[in-house]
Design a protein around this ligand. Structure first.
Ligand SMILES: *Cc1c(COP(=O)(O)O)cnc(C)c1O
Length: 423
């Protein structure tokens, strides 16, 4: 069916026609592509057009779409029942893989989304420390739980203001919002609020304001600051977990958070999240401890099967090979932008990348916001018309998968050249 007609139908009965806002193309204009099917690095819309996909379902599809072994695992699991609401052996298999891959994780609880993982991590940090305040960084996204959907006020380390109607200002006030990469502001906030602070939560490599790497020493400073004031350090590795290495960013840097949130890749494309950490903290969760958390579909056997199949394939993959392909793609795009004389910055960490339409270095949300989003929107439309599906907003990461080939990279660069010629 024609996508415009589908979108019109969808908007009648689904707010904005979508079940997650950024899918609606509001930041770039036009009609969102309704997807019919996907395989490898390609997605195909309902009008039969094929695109090289750099969204990868916003990260999970690191093996590409419809990997045959993952599909087989899902089919096999579904044949034995889709949910029991009782413990299964396969949940031990998933927990074992996460514990083995993350040095800081001794116990793990499975949930059904990244949002649930971070929401539970915050509750657990508050329950464990008996404190209420939390620190987050502006531009970092941790799902849409009330305490985490909070914006910075004015100033360097500020009491948060609700990021959405429906969040009580009195709750948002408990979230202190700080610029990413600003250790000085962290020090300031900790000296003021340290004895009320339950945790600092951070994306160790920021991916939700576009990709922004941590400055050398920044995460170490967070570890030190939380240790000093007796609060917990939470790494939200929902994107970075199994994306930059088999394990997390913490494996590459040797920094040990108290709690780790996971999602996306560990579900192999099914709805999964997890939170893990030190035994003494995790045992505070119900039923061993008083901090309540539960889920009807948590540890769902089909989702666990997809996740385990994904992880077992990933263990045999070469991340440096994937990263090198991303580097070639970014270098090629940089050449084209330089030739064209359009100011740009490409931030890349492993197979995550963002092309910002700004001449200034992007180190936090304020510098990311300097990007020319109108120019981005035109570039996006040019790429889409040339068969490349980028995230439909400037402040997002691009995701390469193991299914992308050198030919895909060459075709993407040709599309980029074409898109730039229309700007
Ligand atoms: C996607 C994301 C979340 C939320 O995960 P959902 O499964 O969408 O709820 C949390 N944290 C980070 C860093 C994410 O990228």
């Amino acid at each position: 069916m024609e996508m415009q007609e589908l979108f019109d139908q969808a908007r009648q009965i689904i707010p904005g026609g979508v079940n997650s806002p950024v899918r609606a193309f509001r930041a770039v204009g036009g009609t969102p592509r309704f997807i019919r099917e996907a395989a490898g690095a390609k997605i195909i819309d309902t009008e039969g057009r094929e695109y090289i996909d750099y969204v990868a379902s916003w990260g999970p599809m690191i093996l590409g779409h419809s990997h045959p072994d993952v599909v087989a695992a899902i089919r096999e699991a579904a044949g034995r029942g889709t949910s029991y609401g009782a413990p299964t052996e396969i949940e031990i298999g998933m927990a074992r893989r996460i514990v083995d891959a993350f040095p800081s994780v001794e116990m793990v609880r499975m949930v059904s989304s990244g949002t649930e993982a971070t929401m539970t991590a915050i509750r657990l940090a508050r329950g464990f420390t008996g404190r209420d305040r939390i620190i987050k960084f502006s531009g970092c996204y941790h799902g849409h739980a009330d305490s985490l959907l909070v914006k910075a006020g004015s100033g360097v380390a500020t009491l948060g203001i609700p990021g959405s109607p429906g969040i009580p200002p009195r709750l948002a006030e408990l979230t202190i919002s700080i610029p990413f990469n600003d250790s000085g502001a962290v020090g300031e906030a900790v000296s003021r609020f340290g004895d009320e602070l339950a945790c600092i939560i951070v994306e160790p490599v920021a991916g939700n304001m576009g990709v922004v790497p941590p400055r050398p020493g920044f995460l170490e400073d967070l570890r030190e600051a939380t240790r000093q004031c007796g609060s917990l350090l939470i790494f939200d590795e929902v994107i970075t977990g199994f994306r930059l290495a088999y394990g997390g960013w913490q494996n590459l840097t040797g920094i040990t958070p108290d709690l780790t949130c996971l999602g996306k890749i560990i579900g192999g494309g099914l709805p999964v999240g997890a939170l893990g950490g030190r035994r003494e903290i995790m045992e505070r969760l119900a039923p061993t401890g008083p901090v309540y958390q539960a889920g009807t579909l948590s540890g769902n056997p089909i989702a666990m099967s997809a996740g385990i199949a994904t992880l077992d394939i990933l263990r045999g993959k070469s991340y440096p090979t994937l990263d090198a392909m991303a580097a070639r793609l970014c270098a090629g795009m940089a050449d084209l932008f330089r030739e064209k004389g359009i100011p740009f910055r490409i931030n890349r960490v492993g197979s995550l990348f963002t092309l910002f339409f700004t001449a200034e270095e992007v180190v936090d949300f304020a510098t990311a916001s300097q990007s020319d989003t109108e120019l981005f929107a035109r570039f996006f439309q040019g790429m889409l018309a040339a068969g490349v599906y980028l995230a439909p907003a400037q402040f997002e990461a691009g995701f390469l998968s193991f299914a992308h080939t050198d030919e895909d990279i060459a075709r993407t660069l040709a599309a980029c050249e074409k898109a730039l010629s229309t700007l």
